[in-house]
Design a protein around this ligand. Structure first.
Ligand code: MET
Ligand code: ZN
Length: 789
């Protein structure tokens, strides 16, 4: 039967059982040789292509495989290797040093000098939870294509397997826009787009080599086309693509690939570029289709990203068929492809290994492998004239029916819809997102009630998750420890933790979070509306994977989640004990979310559940509650014009979770590892009594925001970085307090580390926190910050 070309933008390279992680980590720890790593990785690629081919995918991506990260690979391919790595042996040593840094003592092998080079920076890939390596460019950067680039090798491999490979490249302009200056000082003068022509020329050589390796179509990823553009960026697109395509043989065809955002309003620019097709993300931005169609140059192929590459739900095949059949009618079969919206890198591998999921919910899901089958179906169904024709087609009708049954079950399921939750959401009033007293009034009452000294000291929540803690958890899981034994172990750890904090003289204590593996999972497991997979891993960075929980239904809290533990911890001490919760936006952001209702509604449901928890904590005598929102900035839309709408509901969700308390109950929030400057007004609107915020990695920047906007409530910008075992001296922290006092008045400054301490060891935690309380003592006696503010 006739069918459109089907393709995907990339496959989960990590493997069905995280094989690639194990291989690479095995290589790092010298358990396997370089030759074995190369051979096994090759076998894994071949296996993945076979899976795709067997599922009916016509154009299989090549070059979507990486040993660490594709942006790093692109930098490597074009010789953009920062100076500090240039003396290292080319190949894996250099490559992994760029990814993870390299430390080696002096030896003969190192030429008798010690090696100590830090890694390149990592950043979030657009609005996903995947992190890429940030390329570093010098002011006079030159690019030179390496010999036999990896993407060319992989294209040959796929070809040799008898397939039609479609090499994947990160486009030149997106690559440049994601780069940063090698020299930190040069940030203001940094103009990466100046390299558009030079880099375009190097890409042309690469494209030529890919053509020689047998590729007809080349996928050039330019997700930056969906972001805010300006004339300079537009000019860079024209220049880079003119160079890239100059004198290329006409047999080579370029698929300009966009995702994560709409580009329908950029069609003027796009249509000018000398490419042969455009891929659009119709999952994220379905409404752009008509604009794209209206301006698509004649002869171009349109690749329709209709299967969600970054969520776990089955595609609504009925709706998609109805949407794309008219496109095929208008453009003809030869000019339309069906594809995943973005790379399936962001999707778990296969449902096949989920043996413990609720069977009904399982029918609503599609992971990467299941998405391939959907594409095969769509490639065929889209060529028929109508939905009726699909329903009566011998090859397609059964699949359509099964899909419709799954959707009907999901839509009508009382597992999804909880009318009590829905009516609570509708009943949220402005009064519910407002504290009953203004900050100044309530803070004075809190200081009084909690007997807080000047410069109060606290921590962010977690304390070392030692081997004992992890092994107790494992034993519980295996049944080697009863629930009662485990609980009493956790209680002992908690008690010790409280005693230690008292001993060091901290003012506001925490219970230590020993019962939690992950700050979202812990709450998800106790909330209705969440499920957890066994094997739903997705790449986070390098070899690291995460297993986000899935929100499938209306969220509510069947019973208190943290009250017993917090009350127990409070019963051990006369000092105030801070109850620890994860905020609604962070729960949303770090989960796979529903696609059948706006994220805002899910956030509101989460907020109501947490609001109930806060109320119960307050009723149980907890006087301080911290609601962590480290992920609030990550949820920002990619275009600035969409920011306000998001920040409105995201901050409202936080307020809904946090404001249902008496003025004397102190609300903390915590944020870390994001650039918070440009959302500072939103942070102010969150109106937490105290914000503890990571500050040591982005030092000056954050303080700049405090200076520019002022901060009306109390704040604890972190006094030291928790990512290193290094123990800062008292003097160092005193100096930092002095610096902070330039921006915050002494009676609103808190002293604390940057973030939770769960990755640290007790020895260094003890030393650092003793220094922290000594810092507070010095700040108090030396009357730091007495100047008028
Ligand atoms: C990523 S923010 C972590 C906050 C949490 N309360 C902790 O201390 O671990
Ligand atoms: Zn943190």
């Amino acid at each position: 039967m006739t069918a459109l070309e089907s393709t995907i933008l990339g496959f989960p390279r990590i493997g069905a059982h995280r094989e690639l992680k194990k291989l690479v980590e095995g290589f790092w720890s010298d358990k396997i040789s370089e030759a074995t790593l190369l051979m096994e990785a090759k076998a894994l690629r071949a296996k993945h292509w076979k899976v795709q081919h067997d599922a009916g995918i016509d154009l299989v991506p090549s070059g979507d495989f990486s040993f660490y990260d594709l942006v790093l690979d692109t930098a490597y391919t074009f010789g953009a290797i920062p100076a500090r790595y240039q003396a290292l042996p080319a190949g894996f040593t250099q490559y992994f040093a760029m990814a993870r840094g390299l430390q080696k003592p002096a030896s003969e092998a190192t030429g008798n000098h010690a090696i100590d080079v830090p890694a390149m920076e990592m950043k979030k890939w657009f609005d996903t939870n995947y992190h890429y390596i940030v390329p570093e460019l010098t002011a006079d950067q030159s690019f030179a294509l390496v010999a036999d680039p990896q993407v060319v090798q992989h294209t040959r491999e796929a070809k040799a397997q008898g397939l039609a490979p479609k090499p994947v490249l990160i486009g030149p302009v997106t690559f440049l826009l994601l780069s940063k200056p090698a020299d930190r000082e040069a940030i203001d003068a940094f103009q990466p787009l100046r390299f558009a022509a030079q880099l375009g020329t190097q890409y042309r050589t690469l494209v030529q080599q890919l053509a020689d390796a047998g590729a007809q179509w080349i996928q050039v990823d330019e997700p930056c086309l969906g972001l805010d553009l300006n004339p300079e960026i537009e000019a860079a697109y024209r220049t880079a693509y003119a160079e890239l395509t100059h004198d290329l043989p006409s047999s080579v065809r370029l698929m300009l690939t966009t995702y994560f955002e709409r580009v329908g309003d950029r069609m003027d620019l796009i249509a000018e570029l000398p490419v042969h097709g455009l891929h659009v993300d119709l999952v994220r931005a379905p409404r752009q289709l008509s604009e794209v169609m209206a301006h698509l140059p004649a002869q171009w192929v349109l690749s329709l990203g209709v299967v969600d590459g970054r969520n776990v739900w089955r595609t609504d095949l009925t709706a998609v068929v109805e949407c794309i059949q008219p496109v095929v009618t208008e453009l003809g079969c030869a000019r339309v492809w069906v594809s995943s919206s973005c790379s399936l890198l962001h999707s778990p591998f296969s449902l096949e290994f989920e043996t413990a999921l609720d069977p009904e919910i399982q029918t609503w899901l599609a992971f990467a492998v299941e998405k391939l089958a959907e594409l095969r179906f769509l490639a065929r169904a889209a060529t028929l004239p109508s939905l009726e024709a699909v329903s009566s087609d011998a090859m397609l009708s059964a699949d359509l029916k099964a899909n419709q049954v799954a959707f009907a079950s999901r839509r009508g399921s009382n597992r999804v819809v909880d009318s009590t939750v829905q009516s609570r959401v509708r009943g949220v009033t402005p009064n519910m997102i407002r504290r009953s007293a203004a900050f100044t009034e309530r803070y004075a009452q809190q200081v009084d009630r909690l007997q807080l000294p000047l410069f109060p000291t606290t921590t962010i929540g977690s304390f070392p998750q030692t081997r004992e803690v992890r092994s107790a958890r494992l034993k519980l899981k295996r049944g080697d420890l009863s629930q009662a034994e485990y609980n009493s172990f956790i209680k002992q750890e908690t008690e010790q933790c409280i005693r230690r904090q008292e001993g060091w003289g901290l003012d506001v204590l925490v219970h230590g979070e020993f019962e939690r593996t992950d700050m979202v999972e812990y709450f998800g497991e106790q909330l209705a509306g969440y499920i957890f997979t066994k094997n739903g891993w997705v790449s986070s960075y390098g070899t690291r994977c995460v297993k986000p929980p899935i929100i499938y239904g209306d969220v509510h809290r069947p019973q208190p989640m943290t009250v017993a533990m917090s009350a127990y911890a409070q019963s051990l001490t006369a000092k105030p004990l801070k109850g620890m919760l994860t905020g609604p936006v962070t729960c949303l952001q770090w989960s796979f979310v529903r696609d059948d209702q706006p994220r805002q509604v899910t956030a509101t449901q989460l907020a109501l559940a947490i609001r109930d928890e806060v109320a119960d904590l307050e009723a149980a005598g907890i006087t301080v509650v911290q609601i962590d929102e480290p992920a609030i900035r990550e949820g920002l839309p990619l275009r600035r014009s969409d920011w306000d709408a998001y920040l409105q509901w995201a901050v409202d969700a936080f307020l809904l979770s946090s404001t249902g308390v008496k003025p004397t109950t102190q609300i903390h929030t915590h944020m870390c590892y994001s650039d918070f400057n440009d959302i500072f007004p939103a942070i102010q609107r969150m109106d937490a009594d105290v914000i503890t915020i990571e500050n040591s990695r982005s030092d000056l920047k954050l303080l700049g925001a405090f200076a520019a906007h002022g901060y009306p409530n109390a704040a604890g910008p972190g006094l030291y970085d928790i990512h290193s075992p290094r123990v800062p001296s008292v003097q160092e922290m005193v100096d930092r307090v002095q610096a902070l006092l330039q921006y915050l008045p002494r009676d609103r400054l808190w002293l604390n580390p940057d973030c939770g301490l769960k990755t640290r060891g007790w020895l260094e935690v003890e030393a650092a926190l003793r220094h922290l309380t000594q810092t507070a003592a010095r700040a108090r006696t030396e009357c730091l910050g007495t100047q008028a503010q």
